[in-house]
Write a protein that binds this ligand. Structure first.
Ligand SMILES: [Zn+2]
Length: 425
């Protein structure tokens, strides 16, 4: 009898507990547990939707879900600070990822802030994992060392392939990463500056075969193509359509899944991208003014730059330099106190400057971001679709900080103090 009961529990009851299809919310209504796929499309602007909405995937997102347009990005408009905002729901001065990398004139290689040890706020994947949910992350920024069951972190920066693989294994889940690499080796090696086809193949396989509650993934094709060829190039247009095809593959994989009705999808972009014709090199200008890097050094964040000085107040020579620098062609204005504060830059830098559209600080690229929010064609967007989200709804405004609370509500996670709001339901 005991054996029969044990077998009954294992066969009938345990799968129900494991799958956890139904849970009770706080007001006692039985609701279906939702799975969430959070898709980041790097460097796609709101204006790119004119093209994307002609594609089947985006027409489906618009018809079956809610589209939010003219959304503010978050300054500094670079990938790592913003993806940390998406994960935490708070501004960079609260979450600690104030810029992509840590620039140091005395070091040859500048490390990126890809590891969660740089974070100073709670995160969506960590809270989901702690509440018993299964999380999968594929190349999502700032997930190195994260508390994630299936973790394939993105390791950016100027490192060799061998070192990148070693760092990926050390900071992610080696079994998961190796099985993905072996299975999709060809796509990994043929990638042109991004791994998007491999990322989508991993996502499709996870949807087909593995139970998870939250999946986060980051597609980089548009960003790398816009940097190289410019945001309005034919190549960028092709990259946008390739990216729409990849979103379509994920939507199709969900439709083919037996639990398709449980899925919610949130698709967003972190920042737009502006065309560039001229690079300004602030550290070369410091050198020409006979100011040593140990005295003053500019951190170049593309559309803005920040000055680090090694004394509490700048010397007369630095003050004189800044008055000349601020009237240099391409230097638009000094950053406001609010921009310095919310970006967290005032914790490490004396002051900062915004570049004019068309100019970048540091290395030249035909397309760049990192600009202040007061630029034309610099808004972003997001879509959300799922059982708790109105179909065909179109909203405007708000900020990318509204995405983390939306994701918490979809997953029925208790929220921590955040700056944005779920404006969709
Ligand atoms: Zn980005």
């Amino acid at each position: 009898m005991t054996q029969y009961l044990t077998a009954l529990i294992l066969c009938k009851v345990a799968p129900l507990l494991y799958n956890n299809h139904k849970i009770n919310n706080s007001i006692g209504v039985t609701t279906m547990t939702q799975k969430l796929i959070l898709i980041s499309l790097d460097a796609v602007g709101d204006h790119d939707l004119e093209l994307l909405l002609e594609h089947r995937a985006f027409r489906q997102l618009r018809a079956e879900g809610t589209m939010v347009r003219d959304v503010d990005s978050i300054f500094v408009t670079n990938t790592y600070p913003i993806h940390a905002c998406i994960q935490t729901g708070v501004s960079p001065f609260r979450h600690g990822i104030i810029e992509n990398d840590i620039q140091d004139p005395n070091k040859k290689h500048w490390p990126w802030r890809f590891h969660v040890r740089h974070l100073t706020a709670p995160t969506l994947p960590d809270r989901a994992t702690r509440s018993g949910k299964t999380v999968c992350s594929i190349m999502f920024p700032v997930t190195g060392g994260a508390n994630i069951r299936y973790n394939f972190p993105e390791i950016p920066g100027n490192v060799s392939l061998a070192k990148r693989i070693a760092l990926t294994l050390r900071n992610g889940r080696p079994g998961f990463i190796l099985s993905c690499m072996l299975r999709f080796m060809k796509q990994m090696l043929s990638a042109g500056g991004h791994a998007d086809d491999m990322i989508v193949s991993i996502a499709e396989r996870m949807i087909e075969r593995k139970p998870f509650d939250l999946m986060m993934l980051h597609l980089l094709d548009v960003d790398s193509t816009k940097h190289r060829f410019g945001p309005y190039s034919d190549e960028a247009k092709d990259a946008l359509l390739r990216t729409a095809d990849r979103v379509d593959r994920i939507l199709q994989a969900i439709s083919s899944s037996p639990d398709a009705s449980q899925y919610s999808v949130v698709v967003f972009s972190d920042h737009s991208c502006l065309p560039v014709h001229t690079a300004v090199h602030p550290n070369t200008m410091l050198k020409a003014a006979d100011i040593h890097p140990d005295e003053a050094f500019f951190h170049s964040a593309h559309g803005c730059c920040f000055l680090r000085i090694n004394t509490p107040e700048p010397s007369e020579k630095i003050v004189d330099f800044l008055s000349v620098f601020s009237s240099t062609p391409g230097v638009k204005r000094q950053l406001t106190d609010d921009e310095m504060h919310t970006s967290g830059a005032d914790s490490q830098f004396y002051c900062g400057y915004a570049a004019e559209a068309g100019y970048v600080f540091g290395q030249f690229a035909k397309g760049q971001h990192g600009y202040t929010l007061d630029n034309d064609k610099y808004k972003t967007f997001y879509f959300a679709k799922g059982p708790s989200i109105a179909a065909g709804q179109e909203l405007q405004g708000g900020s990318l900080l509204d995405i983390c609370p939306l994701c918490c509500d979809i997953l029925q996670l208790e929220q921590w103090p955040m700056e944005g709001h779920n404006t969709i339901f």
